[in-house]
Structure formats: structure tokens, C-alpha cells
Design a protein around this ligand. Structure first.
Ligand code: PLP
Length: 496
């Protein structure tokens, strides 16, 4: 069995295995004529269930062949021009070369003695991102950051750090220094109505009250600074404390960006922590033409950036940046087996993880090949495509544009001739499900202003008008077919 372990002796087998896997990927890319296979979930389940884990196949070739039938033949192809569903980006080839390196060398970015050069590369990238954010700060504060598995983890650690920062300061009048439990139960997180679910989940994990997250009604899809100002005052008046305000730089559905500069000013005035969730909009940091959309992001105390969304890197790659890097002390626990060296801090000191992948190498390789502008330009082009689709939909009588694209999502509703608004609403889910079942075009469905709508998330800068027309034709055909069916059912009294 030892022949399957990577060593100098088996390096040729490793090279052959990587080549064989790459060939399978080539087959996947060539063979994927639709974004997903039309196989039903029940069929896929039966394929997986039929595998007997007690009987190994013995060779890599056989295992690859099996995985082809179980997975690759049916995996959803995010690279496919008719995949317009979620925030899955096309990925750079340099990042895949980096994945092979980092995974094969298997560096754990944890302690200096386990990965000195990886720690240095990671830190240089963290400093680079912090410079792009350009935190407003006095000279004595040094920003810092840590790579994470995704926006959810980045948000959790940001809110944890904000909670500890708040509790380390004097509480409101009437609380004694030892009243941590009492203060914890009165901590609030204030955010907008389109905050990511990870904000509420983090509040739960952080032991806050079930009602700790205060969701402010927005002005359009964005946070209203005046509403925020009033909310912060009333929290203080109630003898409660704000752990953090979470502003969004790109809401998951709308791509809406809160007025970060004005929000930052309100937060400073109330002396509360501002976290900016830029999981989606973070790529604008390198945009040659749209960096101004993030105006004011430097007023944040912490920022989440997902490289696996708008920096075109494979999952997982995200980071949390702190304006005052000393805030990571709240995440630090020392242990003898980490081999601490006096005065040396370890990467693990800043992370919620211990053993951690060297995901930073993907960003490094991509940046070294394409440059920051090269990455940002791809996002710019994807945004241009989304705006073009918005105009196309707006001028088509069969569709209703629900929002002008703020970033790279397009929200719309099919509305075939003769459909009233209620009928159009009722069509959304069935249209999405019909397209998904068929597998030819994959789009998302969501709810905007209480009404269902379809969503395209555009992250492919190469998406052509022809591809878009083809997806829209599928949506149109499904909507007309289902609308006819609904009308016949209504007139036959099946539905009322
Ligand atoms: C995607 C997203 C997240 C979560 O990021 P993951 O990488 O999926 O964990 C958080 N916030 C926003 C606004 C997002 O769009």
C-alpha cells in the first residue's frame, strides 16, 4: 500500500496521477454541452449508493473511471456559458497550478517551523489587500489579516473580534467590570435587510441573544445612514450595546453597496465597530474603472473579502482584514506543542483554524501572472455584460427587469403576454425548476420586495450575447409553456 504515498520514489506516479486527473478535467470541459446533466437526483443517489466502500478498486485508473461516472459526468459546470445561477466564478489557470503545488507539498500554514516561506507569502498578500482597502487609521495602528475558508468564516471572526473589543471596554452606566454575561445578553449587531445569513449564524455562535441582530429597513437596497444613526441612538438609550454594524459591499442578491463613507461616519460618531462584508464586491478593490464604488471602505474596522468570488480563484479563498491588527490577540491561545519562540507570532495565532491550507498561493500565482489590473478587468467586463443583459431584458416585452444591475447580478421576471403580476409571480419557481430539471440553462430564483424573481449572477467576462440570448430563449419558452398550462388548469377548474 505504501506505493500510494507521495515520496521521492513515487514522484513519477504522482506526475502521472496529476496528468490523468487533468485529462479527466479536459474531458469534463469538452463533454459538458449543458451546465448540468439531466440525470435526476434519485438516479445520482442510486449510483452513489451502489458503490461498496468495503471493496477497494486497487488502482487509480479504476477509481478515476468510477468517479467519472459518479461525479464528473454530472457535476454542474460553472464555467459553462449557460450557468448563470450562483456566485461561482470561472477560475484562473495559474490558480490551479498553485493548487497542485500547495496540495502536493501539503504545507500547513500554521507555525513558522511548518511553513516559513508560505507564512511570508501569505503575509505579503495580506499587506497588499490592506493597502488596497487603505484603512483610515492613526500611525500607531497596523492593519493585519488572515486567510479563511470563506466569507462566512471571515464574518464570524470579524464579529467575534468586534464582540471582544466591545466587551474589553467599559460598559454602559450601571454595569460593573465583571458583568460580562449581562453585557453579552445586551449586545446587538446592526445591519441592513440584505445581510448575508452568516451574520445571524455568527450571532448565534457568539452566544448573543436570539434577537441580537437588528435589521434596518433600507433606502432602496442600501443602508440609510440616517436610519442607522437613529437605530444606534435608540440601542444606547435602551442600555444596550452595539458589538458591530455590518455594512455590505455587494449584497448577495442585488449586488447593492451601502454608502460606506456615510455609514463609516455614523459609526465613528457613535464609537461602534464597522464591519464591511465585501465577500462579493471585494473584487472592485482591483477594478481599474470601478474602485470608486467602494468609496469609504477604508473607514471599516474589519473587512471580509472572498477571493473565490470576484478574484476568480477556486474555492476556498477568503480573507478577514482588521484595521487594527492587534485585534487578533482575541483569537490567540498558546500551547507548548506549537513550539512557541519568544517574540515570534505564529500564523495560527490569528486563525480560527489550526492546520490550514496554503490557499494564499492561488492568489499569489494569479496576481503574479495577470497583475491586479488583469484580475480587476475581468470583473469589470463581467459587470459590463450584466448591465448589457439588464438593458436587453428591459427592452423585451416578455420580461420585467426588477432592478438595474448594481454589480453583476440581474434580477428579472418572465411575464409572457397576457400575464397579470400574480401570474408572473407564480411562474418564477416553476420556470426555474423546469430549466434546472432539463439542465440546459441554470438560473437562480430569489425574492425581491416580497415577490419572487429570477436571478442571473454574471461572473464570466467572456459571456457572449449569443449565450445570453440562448438562456433568455429557454426562460421565455418555459414561461410561455407554463403560463399556457396554468391558464388551461384554471379554466378547467383545477386551480382556483
Ligand atoms: C457569499 C457571501 C458570503 C459568504 O461567503 P462564503 O464564502 O460562501 O462563506 C458572505 N457575505 C456575502 C455578502 C456573500 O455574498
Amino acid at each position: 500500500m505504501n506505493e500510494h504515498l507521495l515520496s521521492q520514489r513515487t514522484r513519477k506516479d504522482h506526475a502521472a496521477a496529476v496528468a490523468a486527473a487533468a485529462a479527466e478535467v479536459g474531458r469534463f470541459l469538452d463533454g459538458r454541452t449543458t451546465p448540468r446533466s439531466p440525470a435526476s437526483p434519485a438516479h445520482l443517489e442510486s449510483l452513489t449508493e451502489a458503490v461498496d466502500l468495503a471493496t477497494p478498486l486497487g488502482t487509480l485508473d479504476k477509481a478515476l473511471l468510477e468517479v467519472r461516472g459518479l461525479y464528473l459526468d454530472h457535476a454542474v459546470g460553472y464555467h459553462h456559458p449557460r450557468y448563470l445561477s450562483h456566485l461561482n466564478c470561472p477560475i484562473t489557470i495559474p490558480s490551479l497550478a498553485a493548487e497542485t503545488l500547495a496540495t502536493s507539498v501539503n504545507t500547513a500554514v500554521e507555525t513558522w517551523d511548518q511553513g516559513t516561506s508560505a507564512c511570508l507569502i501569505e503575509q505579503k498578500l495580506i499587506d497588499w489587500v490592506a493597502d488596497l482597502i487603505d484603512f483610515d487609521r492613526p500611525d500607531h495602528l497596523t492593519p493585519d489579516g488572515v486567510f479563511t475558508t470563506g466569507g462566512s468564516q471571515s464574518n464570524l471572526q470579524a464579529l467575534f473580534t468586534a464582540r471582544e473589543d466591545r466587551l474589553s471596554r467599559p460598559g454602559p452606566a450601571g454595569t460593573a467590570p465583571g458583568d460580562r454575561g449581562v453585557r453579552l445578553s445586551r449586545l446587538r449587531i446592526v445591519t441592513g435587510e440584505h445581510a448575508h445569513l452568516s451574520v445571524v449564524k455568527s450571532a448565534r455562535l457568539l452566544g448573543l441573544d436570539p434577537d441580537a441582530v437588528i435589521t434596518l429597513p433600507g433606502e432602496g437596497d442600501r443602508m440609510d445612514p440616517a436610519t442607522l444613526d437613529r437605530a444606534l441612538s435608540s440601542v444606547a438609550d435602551a442600555g444596550e450595546e452595539v458589538a458591530a454594524v455590518v455594512a455590505l459591499a455587494g449584497t448577495t442578491d442585488h449586488g447593492a453597496i451601502d454608502p460606506l463613507r456615510a455609514v463609516g461616519e455614523v459609526c465613528r460618531r457613535h464609537d461602534v465597530w464597522l464591519h464591511v462584508d465585501a465577500a462579493y464586491g471585494g473584487g472592485l478593490l482591483v477594478s481599474p474603472t470601478r474602485r470608486d464604488l467602494l468609496d469609504g471602505i477604508g473607514s471599516a474596522d474589519s473587512v471580509t473579502v472572498d477571493f473565490h468570488k470576484t478574484f476568480f480563484l477556486p474555492v476556498a479563498a477568503s480573507a478577514l482584514l482588521l484595521r487594527d491588527g492587534s485585534g487578533f490577540r482575541h483569537s490567540t491561545v498558546s500551547a507548548d506543542y506549537l513550539n512557541p519562540v519568544d517574540g515570534d507570532d505564529h500564523a495560527v495565532d490569528k486563525s480560527l483554524q489550526t492546520t490550514r491550507r496554503f490557499d494564499a498561493l492561488k492568489l499569489w500565482m494569479t496576481l503574479r501572472v495577470l497583475g491586479a489590473d488583469g484580475i480587476g478587468r475581468m470583473l469589470d467586463e463581467a459587470i459590463d455584460v450584466a448591465r448589457r443583459i439588464g438593458r436587453t431584458i428591459d427592452s423585451d416585452d416578455d420580461f420585467e427587469l426588477v432592478r438595474r444591475p448594481a454589480l453583476s447580478t440581474v434580477l428579472f421576471r418572465p411575464r409572457p403576454e397576457g400575464c397579470d403580476p400574480d401570474e408572473a409571480d407564480a411562474l418564477v419557481r416553476p420556470v426555474r425548476d423546469a430549466l434546472f430539471a432539463e439542465g440546459r440553462s441554470v438560473v437562480a430564483a430569489t425574492v425581491v420586495d416580497g415577490r419572487p424573481c429570477l436571478k442571473f449572477t454574471v461572473l464570466d467576462p467572456e459571456l457572449s450575447d449569443r449565450d445570453v440570448t440562448a438562456v433568455l430563449a429557454d426562460v421565455r419558452a418555459a414561461a410561455r409553456y407554463l403560463a399556457d398550462g396554468m391558464r388551461q388548469a384554471t379554466s378547467a377548474g383545477v386551480l382556483s
